[in-house]
Write a protein that binds this ligand. Structure first.
Ligand SMILES: [Zn+2]
Length: 312
């Protein structure tokens, strides 16, 4: 059959192309896309030109099974599954996706892959009841992590960001204190909190936030590196030395080796149970045909932007 898919062709240039899609192999399924998230990873590829022209972007999809290979037992036609590509239809195998717990009423918000990154960050940070935790960055990925932390038995959960609306959401998700870094008293308040936290998460990608994380965790505490710092950073390793800082790389590419899709399953069940919701986080939705506009606005990240996705 024929299907249409997105290809990046040059820096800030893309096209929708018609391609041939064979029947799924014996261990594959064919999936019709419902939605697919626009990750900042794709945005970065789009603006930097660091992509393969033959690759179809996308890794945050929700789809419905339309055909199954003869040896497939884990799903049947009509089931909802996680999927990857920005393509109307695609073939995937069992190692690339999981069966989802959503249905037609909520599939449009059920982005498993990005939440699985927050699940991994949480799982790898060794959180202990009564911990004092601070998160720098309440963007989309930060707010997913904050929703998880909001369910943990923490002593305190402080969130720092520059956007008032995002900090309001952080409060709703369980932050015990929010600090708007653009406020006059913000630095003085952070100075008061020096050496206070068991865990300081860097979820913003800002150099200054990484410096604050170093100051704010207590002796023997941890820094959870969750955001992507594109540029090399100079850090105060002397402070890390005498504080005995545990530096934990909890960035999205970490996975549990023995069960690579375990964090997907966790993410799926958290949304199915209503403990985590992405409804208020997905602020921008675009039709597949409007992918160019979707990319432009995802690069610009204007007023009220938290997360964008494509609808098929
Ligand atoms: Zn992503």
């Amino acid at each position: 059959m024929k299907t249409r898919a997105v290809f990046f062709t040059d820096i800030k240039k893309l096209e929708i192309r018609e391609i041939d899609l064979p029947d799924p192999g014996s261990n594959q399924i064919q999936v019709k896309s419902i939605v697919n998230g626009i990750c900042m990873f794709e945005v970065w590829k789009y603006i930097s030109g660091e992509f393969d022209r033959n690759d179809i972007p996308g890794h945050e999809g929700v789809g419905i099974v339309t055909k199954v290979g003869k040896d497939v037992t884990w799903v049947k036609e009509g089931d909802y599954v996680s999927c990857n590509q920005w393509s109307e239809y695609s073939n995937i195998d069992a190692t690339q996706g999981i069966k989802l717990s959503c249905d037609s009423s909520n599939s449009e918000n059920h982005l498993v892959e990005p939440l699985s990154c927050a699940v991994n960050a949480y799982a790898y940070t060794d959180i202990y009841p009564g911990d004092k935790v601070i998160v720098f960055g309440a963007g989309y990925m930060g707010l997913l992590l904050i929703q998880l932390l909001g369910h943990a038995p923490l002593h305190s959960l402080v969130v720092v960001d520059a956007k008032t609306e995002n900090l309001e959401l952080a409060k709703e998700y369980g932050a015990t204190e929010v600090i708007n870094i653009t406020d006059a008293g913000a630095n003085a308040r952070l100075e008061e909190l020096k050496d206070y936290f068991d865990i300081a998460y860097e979820a913003s990608g800002a150099k200054s936030a990484l410096e604050w994380c170093t100051k704010l965790h207590k002796n023997g505490g941890s820094i959870g590196l969750y955001a992507w710092h594109h540029d090399p950073r100079t850090v105060d390793t002397s402070t890390w030395h005498y504080k005995g800082t545990k530096i934990l790389n909890v960035s999205p590419p970490i996975t549990a080796n023995e069960r690579p899709l375990r964090s997907y399953e966790g993410a799926d069940l958290l949304m199915a149970s209503g403990k985590v919701s992405q409804k208020k986080l997905i602020t921008h939705r675009y039709k597949f045909e409007d992918i160019e506009k979707a990319m432009e606005e995802s690069v610009a990240r204007g007023e009220g932007f938290i997360k964008s996705l494509i609808e098929f």
